[in-house]
Design a protein. Structure first.
Length: 632
């Protein structure tokens, strides 16, 4: 790719990216948003905000002394290094905006532009006309997968490297695999001087820095492409090329997660911290029927009903696997071409054309993703073999989506050529017409008013929580430890009553200068709060004071009676009513005076001993070398 073409591609990518951001802004009605508040205020979005706030405050996601107090939070057992490029982007945007939520909102909106831009570049490199490449790239940015991920799966929304993973795999399937070149003697050798080599290796490195899932999916594509090409007569050249690319990507991934590896070597593993079993691939595996189903909340009522019926009532799966109408047609075509290439006798040279080989290659890659990712398929075997952190194989649908839409782009480009064969000057207009039709039909089918955040509801809940936690901070000095009830183990736990797994991260997200009980790694330290279930209110509150907690926050949604009995018992002991949030969800008790009462009643020595003893209670498996508590 020459310098002039590179500059043209860069301009085109920027334009397509800006168009995508503009479309997303309209779909989300961003003029109604409160940018300092999240688009999504539930589920894993709070986890990402917690990690983002930790990075902003401590420069790393690994350690946070103000979470999981008095132990502190360590995410070594929950490696996040595979997303380092995304974390760096979040850290930089937080620094520029001064707000974690503003940064997340901006980056989520920008992800539409980034995905469309990279998809456009790859489609252009595959030979698709500018206007058609732009239209199909926009469709890829607005597949249902993107809306299903949203801020709740913040890093997964940044799938902008997926098109490059497919491109590299197609290159490995070609007669001229990357990082190698033919010699004058007719052989081949590694080519370290080519700009193509270094661009491919750069892409491989970026794939290892934008998410463990996309990294694993890319490795699958590279392996399949290299092996198939070798078995089809390509010899060792594609194997060596694929091996070099995979080695670079694996090396970068290992460097990214090395801080977690070092921490685990130093302190041992935490059995039970993140328990995943092979059977989870059945729950989170790819459902091929979902690829062809309408998206949820479709604009057409009958299709919305069909989507709900097809989602699965007994064993539901993750949302966003649907390709949309155009993607479903594209997938059908590339799979059909791939099958036909294997069973039809090649009587003409059409099968050897670049167009046909690209369609066959896309069909092969999509088919491989479907075979490996489907429930009760090879993903189950991979999990049984140890690859258990990658359990949600339905997410490979985004790779299938690009293969399918790339097939559509190639077919539309060929159709534009055929339709304008007699009038070559009309080709751009024919291509523009096809692009407009594809974009209009695709956006109507793939998007929904339900994708727009409920800004009013988020604002109501966010404002109440912000005011409540600010009031808590106003009553306590910085660094004061606050205990949160109900106790929610970390991470990945089932909802407790009407709460979600990461709801208790709100305290730290709003007031990071206070120390919060929530967030120490399950299995890394004794789960001491579980012992409170067998104690009277007076006993466990005495224990809290002995450990060093000077505040108590109760999430009423975590109790069947909305904590009525608990609040009554604590009020009798502490004296005086609690501070209650505007929406009635949270209650706060200041334990400062109560701490003085306990100290007077049992003495400093007994109080310190009780605190040390309490932190040793609760289940803890023995294969860990737990570091000492972070201190009071």
């Amino acid at each position: 790719m020459g310098a002039p073409r590179a500059r043209v591609l860069a301009v085109e990518a920027v334009v397509v990216g800006l168009v995508a951001v503009g479309i997303a802004a309209v779909l989300f009605s961003v003029w109604r948003a409160h940018w300092e508040e999240p688009f999504s205020y539930d589920g894993d979005a709070l986890y990402y905000a917690m990690v983002g706030k930790t990075i902003a405050r401590y420069g790393t996601y690994l350690h946070n002394p103000h979470l999981g107090w008095p132990f502190g939070q360590s995410l070594a057992d929950y490696p996040e290094g595979g997303d380092n490029l995304n974390w760096f982007s979040l850290a930089a945007t937080q620094l520029a905006t001064g707000s974690t939520w503003t940064a997340m909102n901006m980056l989520y909106l920008a992800s539409f532009g980034a995905v469309a831009a990279t998809a456009h570049v790859v489609l252009r490199l595959l030979g698709v006309r500018r206007i058609l490449a732009g239209a199909v790239a926009l469709l890829f940015a607005f597949v249902p997968y993107h809306f299903a991920r949203a801020e709740a799966h913040f890093n997964l929304s940044a799938y902008f490297m997926v098109p490059f993973a497919v491109l590299i795999a197609l290159m490995l399937l070609s007669d001229d695999p990357p990082v190698t070149r033919r010699t004058e003697s007719g052989g081949w050798r590694l080519d370290w001087r080519s700009r193509r080599t270094w661009l491919v290796l750069l892409a491989a490195a970026l794939l290892a820095s934008t998410g463990a899932y996309y990294f694993v999916f890319a490795m699958l594509l590279f392996l399949v492409a290299a092996v198939v090409n070798a078995l089809s007569g390509g010899g060792w050249r594609p194997i060596v090329a694929g091996g070099v690319i995979m080695a670079v990507s694996l090396g970068v991934f290992a460097v990214n997660v090395s801080p977690s590896i070092v921490e685990i070597i130093r302190h041992g593993t935490a059995p039970g911290a993140v328990v995943r079993t092979p059977t989870e691939t059945e729950l989170y595996g790819l459902r091929i029927s979902q690829l062809y189903a309408p998206r949820q909340n479709h604009r057409i009522g009958a299709l919305a009903t069909l989507a709900d019926d097809s989602q699965g009532k007994v064993v539901p799966s993750e949302r966003g696997q649907q390709l949309g109408l155009i993607g479903a047609v594209g997938l059908t075509v590339i799979l059909a071409v791939f099958v036909l290439s294997a069973v039809v006798r090649r009587r003409t040279g059409w099968w050897d054309s670049r167009f046909a080989r690209l369609l066959v290659g896309l069909g092969l890659l999509a088919g491989a993703c479907m075979v490996v990712g489907a429930i009760s398929s090879y993903s189950l075997l991979l999990s049984a073999a140890g690859l258990r952190n990658i359990r949600a194989w339905n997410r490979i649908s985004i790779v299938i989506a690009f293969c399918a839409l790339a097939g559509v782009a190639l077919l539309a480009d060929r159709l534009a050529t055929r339709l304008s064969r007699r009038r070559t000057k009309a080709a751009p207009f024919v291509a523009a017409g096809l692009g407009v039709v594809l974009l209009a039909v695709g956006l109507f089918d793939q998007t929904s008013p339900a994708d727009r955040p409920d800004y009013a509801d988020v604002h109501r809940r966010y404002s109440s929580d912000e005011a409540f936690f600010q009031a808590v901070a106003d009553r306590l000095p910085p660094g004061t430890a606050v205990f949160e009830l109900p106790h929610v183990p970390f991470p990945e736990v089932a909802p407790i009553e009407a709460t979600q797994a990461y709801d208790q991260a709100r305290g730290f997200v709003f007031q990071p200068q206070l120390a919060w009980s929530y967030g120490f790694m399950r299995g890394r330290h004794p789960e001491y709060p579980l012992a409170f279930k067998n104690q009277s209110t007076d006993e466990w509150m005495t224990t809290l004071a002995s450990i060093g907690f000077r505040g108590l926050v109760v999430d009423r949604l975590g109790y069947p009676d909305e904590a009525a009995q608990l609040q009554s018992d604590v009020t009798k002991i502490v004296g005086g009513p609690p501070l209650v949030s505007e929406d009635g969800r949270y209650a706060f008790f200041d334990l400062t005076a109560y701490d003085d009462q306990v100290r007077t009643r049992i003495g400093d020595v007994a109080m310190a001993a009780l605190g040390r003893e309490a932190l040793q209670l609760g289940p803890l498996k023995k294969n860990t070398k737990a570091p000492a508590p972070a201190g009071r």
